[in-house]
Design a protein around this ligand. Structure first.
Ligand code: ZN
Length: 319
């Protein structure tokens, strides 16, 4: 058998290689740096897409959102070569512990740039890297199912020409399904979402309707949807007997109005999902027995804003 000849490199050849390498480095680095500076204002998540965890990262926990942005910049997340796929942020959309905490089998949304030709997302697993095929894609976002064998780690995207994105700005932590908080539909008896007049945004004398009315017989039991803290339990001439519950681990509040009598809950009390809150009534400015339900992102009446809760309420019925 013939052994391969040793190659010799002349000084001139060596110089050529070094100059070529430096030129390539400049081409790659300068647009990447320009790109990194423009990534501070990462996109926001869609509330509607997150039935399990209603908090919007933008309006929810301001502290942690800023923290994420800081980590993203510091770790170089989002640095990319023009035309190459870029990951800016990851949100859990379905089967989530929270918007940043997916479970195995969860659907996650990856936001970034140049994602229209993305074909797969690469996760870490115990046996090495595993690829997951993308479910839906657009220029700015893709969706993918977290593989059952995926473990904690950075992820990246691969496109149809084999281009690899930057790694995700943060490690993706993956949780068991048992970590998902239990959620319960608040009205424990026959009910109706009513017609257009019951909807969020419907006209009311002097204001618009800030919640969803759920009609049910007076006396029907009402329970906490999620683990939460009682922040108000009082009377209002409009809302009648009402309570406001702040959801644990997120800056969102659920409001129950027109209850038949004062809730037995104490302000400051922490209650689990399914804890009795009161009973459907017709107190305050109310015309017929119903629960007036509001869903606030941020503090109720003091800086937060109400959102349409109907989609969320419907999603609870599927569980
Ligand atoms: Zn109402």
């Amino acid at each position: 058998m013939r052994r391969g000849r040793r190659k010799t490199i002349t000084p001139a050849g060596l110089l050529l290689v070094v100059v070529g390498f430096l030129a390539l480095t400049m081409i790659v680095i300068s647009p990447a740096m320009a790109n990194a500076r423009s990534l501070d204002g990462a996109g926001t998540a869609s509330l509607e897409n997150s039935p399990v965890t209603p908090v919007a990262p933008s309006a929810g926990d301001a502290g942690s959102t800023q923290g994420e942005a800081g980590v993203s910049t510091a770790s170089g997340g989002g640095i990319g070569i023009p035309g190459f796929p870029v990951i800016n942020r990851i949100n859990c959309l379905r089967q989530c512990v929270s918007t940043t905490r997916p479970t195995r089998g969860a659907i996650i949304g990856i936001q970034g740039k140049n994602l229209e030709r993305a074909t797969s997302v690469v996760f870490r697993s115990k046996g090495g890297r595993i690829r997951a095929k993308i479910r839906t894609r657009s220029r700015g976002a893709v969706r993918v199912t977290v593989p059952k064998r995926a473990t904690r780690g950075y992820v990246f995207v691969i496109d149809s020409t084999g281009n690899r994105s930057n790694r995700s700005p943060r490690e993706l932590r993956i949780f068991p399904i048992s970590a998902i908080p239990i959620e319960v539909f608040p009205v424990r008896g026959p009910f109706s979402f009513g017609s257009s007049g019951s909807r969020f945004g419907a006209g009311r004398p002097g204001h618009i309707h800030q919640g969803q009315d759920v009609s049910a017989t007076c006396g029907t039991r009402l329970v906490a949807i999620r683990k939460s803290k009682v922040v108000y339990n009082q009377w209002d001439d409009g809302g009648g007997n009402y309570v406001v519950l702040r959801n644990f681990g997120s800056n969102t509040n659920f409001v129950y109005m027109h209850m038949i009598r004062r809730s037995p809950l104490r302000v400051g009390q922490v209650i689990g999902a399914g804890t009795p809150v009161g009973r459907v009534g017709n107190t305050g400015r109310s015309y017929g027995c119903h629960l007036h339900f509001e869903y606030w992102v941020g503090p109720w009446q003091t800086g937060g804003r109400p959102i349409d809760p109907l989609g969320y309420l419907r999603s609870l019925l599927d569980k």
